[in-house]
Design a protein around this ligand. Sequence first.
Ligand code: MLT
Length: 265
Amino acid sequence: MTTHADTLPAVHDTGSGSAVLFLHAFTLDASQWDHQVAALSGDVRCIRFDCWGCGASPPPPAGDPTLDGYARAVLATLDSLRIDRVSVVGISMGGYLAFALWRLAPERIRALALCSTRAAADTDAARGERLAMAERVERDRSVESIVEPMVERLLGPQARGEAHIADPVRGRIRRCSPAGIAFAQRAMAARADSTELLASIDVPTLVVAGTQDAIIPLPEVRAMSDKITGSRLVELGCGHLCNLEEPRAFNAALGEFLVPVAAAS
Ligand code: MLT
């Protein structure tokens, strides 16, 4: 039987030194982190994944779609690269995956950067919308119907008007297969609530929020940060995709956070 860990997602490995795992948002892929790799791969080893069905990854494996399954495949890939501990940078869905990793293997996590993400599980309404989108793209055999609605949700008002930001986001969405979109939506819909987990986080943690995020309201991110002992919150004047919308400020905050962690490892 094929399991999640047998069908490993594509991995992109850049630079050397202390390893940092970058986990992308829904409808994107590892290239979402290009600015960060350009800025940081001289200091740290940047490991990026494409979720199944997105970027260069194979289609999702058979079986129940879960973020825990994805997390196990990420851990298996780290094993194959002989990487024991990592700093984890997750944005949105990547943050949900970071919580799954923390639940499964906290001893492998050196530090956490949680960007534009939430600890809470979905409401029933949100879950229903996810499942409806999964069915729609599978029925259409196309992701075209979600391109503009996703750009509208993911980017803040200013970034939406900037072609050099918005067009590559459109391109990344179009490179996802219907099966990849359906996998991610069903996995996110099934994810556990991680609110109780926050008090157990005892590694250095950076939280990044976009003040105009249309998906995860700022007060929710502030409340999440408050529940993580010693976490540092950085607020950027942008929408949900803070690392693409405000790359300089994002890189400055992330570099300031990660480089000392890497030096101490
Ligand atoms: C993401 O950006 O990863 C997703 O939009 C998050 C979500 O749908 O909850």
